[in-house]
Design a protein around this ligand. Structure first.
Ligand code: ZN
Length: 214
């Protein structure tokens, strides 16, 4: 499949079959992409920030970590990650975000509105939108629990690869919030692919090593 581009401040949704991989690429650097996933067979099952962070015992998920559903099933597994900093604490930016935090009088609908429009054809309503996995978003937590939205650590061409563990409906944005994207709105690229060769080879090598040690 060719690389697809999500224009700045917009979003898309598409099916992702079990076993397929989704590579999300930051073509220009410092651009966030909000990711949602729903079980294609039962849209009542969706990604869960609370369960994923609980089971991983950390807030920054990266290579090898799983994104769990509200029913504690693994929906996605992170196979590759060239950045290592993504947020799973904050909800998608929305017109309310822009009204309350930025003071906009005529706010953009934000990632929330873009996600809601993208998933509507799949019969998924806005009240079913969970906390998104905010790819490349850099939220830091200080010792007192204070949150800061910093510039993403992603450089041009950085990417993350997630493998579907169920048949999924994916929704994905090029984030629309100024602060999250270091004050410039850029596109996001993505592609759907089979398991990358490098990952398969690494897995075989690990298996061999384990057998040899035993
Ligand atoms: Zn956003």
């Amino acid at each position: 499949m060719a690389i697809c581009r999500i224009p700045p401040r917009s979003g898309v949704a598409f099916p992702l079959g079990r076993g397929l991989c989704l590579r999300i690429i930051d073509p220009d650097g410092e651009q966030v992409s909000d990711l949602l996933a729903f079980n294609a067979e039962d849209i009542g099952e969706a990604i869960s920030s609370g369960r994923s962070l609980d089971y991983a015992s950390k807030i920054y998920l990266t290579t090898g970590d799983a994104i769990y559903s509200n029913r504690s099933n693994v929906m996605l597994r992170i196979l590759q990650d060239t950045v290592g900093r993504h947020d799973f604490l904050l909800t998608p930016c929305s017109k309310d975000t822009f009204r309350l935090i930025y003071g906009d009088e005529h706010p953009h609908r934000g990632c929330f509105g873009n996600l809601a429009a993208a998933i509507e054809p799949y019969g998924i309503g806005p009240d079913q939108i969970p906390t998104a996995f905010n790819v490349f978003m850099n939220v830091t937590v200080d010792a007192a629990g204070g949150l800061r939205v910093e510039a993403p650590l992603s450089k041009p061409g950085d990417s993350i690869v997630l493998q579907a563990q169920q048949d999924l409906i994916i929704a994905l944005t090029a984030c629309a919030a100024l602060q999250s994207n270091n004050y410039a709105f850029k596109p996001i690229d993505y592609e759907v692919l089979g398991v990358p060769a490098a990952v398969v080879v690494a897995g075989q090598a690990d298996d061999t090593g384990t057998l040899g040690a035993a």
